[in-house]
Design a protein around this ligand. Sequence first.
Ligand code: FES
Ligand code: FES
Length: 161
Amino acid sequence: MTVGFRLNGEEVMIQAHANTRLVSVLRETFGLLETKAGCLIGRCGACSVIFNGRLIKSCLVPAFRAERSEIMTIEGFSLSDGYRDIIRGFEKAGVENCGYCQTGKVLAAESILARQRIPVPDEILAAFGSIRCRCTEPERLTEAVLAAADLRRRRIYGRSS
Ligand code: FES
Ligand code: FES
């Protein structure tokens, strides 16, 4: 079937079988290899993307569900100032990174920061609950998102509150 959607700001169209996963389309059709095909059973979060403003695991979503949706992958997000805030926040907090689920961690952070100017630790922990990261403890991720939120507020509003 033909499926049209917006991917990283551009209108695209694909042919997809009913059982094709979104992660496969992103990687194989569009070459977006930072959207990782990890566990493929919804556990690790390495395949995370922002789908209509929400963090989802693209290994669990059939490609046809993308019809008329808006999808942002880490490749698209990495061109933004918001991405740089998050990376700097991660660096400030000393977030460890083997690369396996970095995509999921960054996009989970963005899924919070897009909604909350001043996120609270419980929300941050809840957002990261869907990412299985062996490298970074939850407290450090919380510290990183708070640092990124502070950087974003200073960049947008010129102050930290
Ligand atoms: S590859 Fe999708 S959650 Fe692991
Ligand atoms: S970055 Fe290593 S498992 Fe998450």
